[in-house]
Write a protein that binds this ligand. Structure first.
Ligand SMILES: [Zn+2]
Length: 142
């Protein structure tokens, strides 16, 4: 099992070109970055938010580089994941054909084929209905 902690900022910064390329492919697939007002107020990551270089996306970019095809990518984050990352990671799961699991401060999020299911960490019960990219697109058409 490959475990990498994103403590070294300089090291994580070296992954930014990979992440930028990944997000460019997501935009080609229909991803539209959320406005700043739609994002959570996570002080430690404000600067990252301005650039879209959120730690979980850097970790996923690293996972896609280093973890072989077909192996799920698991990320643990000690803050809550913002709404834009939910949308971005749904797209990443499609374009990379990869199962991605992100555990944040409150929930466990499972992404596969553009869909997401969230579970509350305290109860392990299904926290909310699952969402998918096609559902989001149809909601936007209303
Ligand atoms: Zn984010």
């Amino acid at each position: 099992m490959l475990i990498r902690r994103f403590i070294c900022l300089a090291w994580a910064t070296s992954l930014i070109p990979n992440l930028d390329e990944l997000m460019s492919r997501c935009r080609e697939a229909g991803y539209i970055p959320a406005s700043q007002s739609a994002m959570h107020e996570v002080e430690e990551e404000e600067r990252e938010h301005a650039l879209g270089h959120h730690s979980e996306r850097l970790a996923i970019a690293f996972g896609l580089l280093k973890i072989g095809p077909g192996v799920p990518i698991r990320v643990v984050k000690n803050l809550r994941m913002c709404e834009d990352c939910h949308t971005a990671i749904k797209h990443i799961s499609v374009i990379s054909n990869r199962e991605i699991n992100v555990r944040d401060r409150l929930r466990f999020h499972h992404f596969k084929d553009g869909s997401e299911q969230s579970y509350c960490l305290k109860t392990t019960a299904l926290y909310s209905h699952s969402t998918s990219l096609s559902k989001i697109a149809s909601e936007g058409d209303d």
